[in-house]
Design a protein around this ligand. Structure first.
Ligand code: NAD
Ligand code: GLY
Length: 358
């Protein structure tokens, strides 16, 4: 087992990464009080709920099994969890355990942030995306009909337990979507990791547990470093959004139905790299490396055909926009991202035209 720490003073917490981690001794020290509510969804409950209940046998536990899917990441679903907490008289010393992917993790964290003004929570992420991204860093929230993740809070977990064994049941497409976020760390800040990914992609796609553990560890280490210096996204943390402004536009245009988040981020990172090439920051060879790595992870490179004006309209609804000015995460070099609103707009125009097939 590998252990990393997210360094946030008295809110610091460990990330445990490895196999056979669904063990009482790892989780028990991070539980406040005696009452524990496990929150999961129907897909994951069928696979792992019994094991997690067994590891919490010494506590007074209850479980809430939510319907599966991003469309249930809402205040209404969160309300069902508050109902159980109140009906069962869970007190301020309670602990919530999020067992699942990013949807369950974000929603459970939000309930933990708000129930009785904040209780402890623990993340047991079961998708690659959740293990390398959403379970770490304390961004929690739910969607609003007018915008994704628009209702939320920063609330750090007490520990993260990333068990590689849970990835054995993950659908192929979800695994690849998670790889997009892994590649993101290499591109924004870690050239050595980028090179490792270029040689390790076949092992990752074959779910080699050691390769997966290494990828999760390096991704979490990179993310922990960023979160440690900018927990509330006053600056650097926005770098973690490489490809996300383009990607959100794709997700919104396609109604969050046909594209997985990681797939949209992959095409979005390709677009950001293309624009960085247009700005003269990346070389043609750099851009080819980005394309080759995304293709090796069997991720989509091309967004759906969206007219440039429409793409801009969709991109404008972005939490990074300041005073109406679009800000983008772009690549100064491979392994060195910047967030900037100060770019040559004609480069963006050329990129949008290129991908619209104009
Ligand atoms: P998800 O939670 O919807 O999980 C994907 C699918 O895989 C679901 O159907 C789920 O039931 C299933 N699943 C999960 N684990 C499984 C397993 N081990 N075996 C079989 N099936 C399994 O999607 P996701 O990609 O994990 O997360 C996406 C969400 O994360 C989005 O809502 C996004 O906004 C959020 N997110 C949050 C942050 C953050 O910092 N908080 C960062 C990135 C993404
Ligand atoms: N996924 C982006 C962040 O955690 O900041």
């Amino acid at each position: 087992m590998r252990t990393l720490t997210v360094d946030l003073g008295d809110r610091s917490y460990p990330i445990y990464i490895g196999t056979e981690l669904l063990r009482a001794d790892l989780i028990a020290p991070h539980i406040a009080g005696r009452q524990v509510l496990i929150v999961t969804n129907d897909t994951i409950a069928a696979l792992y709920l019994e094991r997690v209940q067994a590891m919490l046998a010494g506590f007074e536990t209850a479980s809430v099994v939510l319907p599966d899917g991003e469309r249930h990441k809402t205040l209404e679903t969160a309300s069902r969890v508050y109902d159980v907490l109140l009906e069962r008289r869970f007190d301020r010393q309670s602990t919530l355990v999020a067992l699942g992917g990013g949807v369950v993790g974000d929603l459970t964290g939000f309930v933990a942030a708000t129930y009785q003004r904040g209780v402890h929570f623990i993340q047991i992420p079961t998708t690659l995306l959740a293990q390398v991204d959403s379970s770490v860093g304390g961004k929690t929230g739910v969607n609003h009909p007018l915008g994704k993740n628009m209702i939320g809070a920063f609330h750090q977990p007490r520990c993260v337990l990333a068990d590689m064994d849970t990835l054995t049941t993950l659908p192929e497409r979800e695994l690849k979507a998670g790889l997009a976020e892994v590649i993101k760390y290499g591109l924004i800040m870690d050239p050595e990791f980028l090179a490792w990914l270029e040689t390790s992609m076949p092992a990752l796609l074959a779910r080699d547990p050691e390769a997966l553990a290494q990828a999760v560890e390096r991704s979490c280490r990179d993310k922990a470093a960023v979160v440690g210096r900018d927990e509330r996204e006053a600056g650097d943390r926005a770098l973690l959004n490489l490809g996300h402004t383009f990607g959100h536009a794709i997700e919104t245009e396609t109604g969050y139905q046909s594209w997985l988040h990681g797939e949209a981020v992959a095409a979005g990172m390709h677009m950001a790299a293309h624009m960085s090439r247009e700005l003269g920051w990346l070389t043609e060879a750099d851009l080819a490396r980005v394309r080759a790595l995304l293709a090796a992870a069997e991720l989509p490179l091309q967004p759906p055909a969206i007219a440039p004006d429409r793409f801009r309209e969709l991109m404008a609804v972005d939490k990074k926009a300041l005073g109406g000015r679009l800000r983008l995460v772009l690549l100064r070099a491979l392994g060195e991202a910047v967030v900037t609103g100060d770019f040559d707009d004609t480069a963006l125009a050329r990129t949008l035209a290129h991908f619209a097939g104009a």
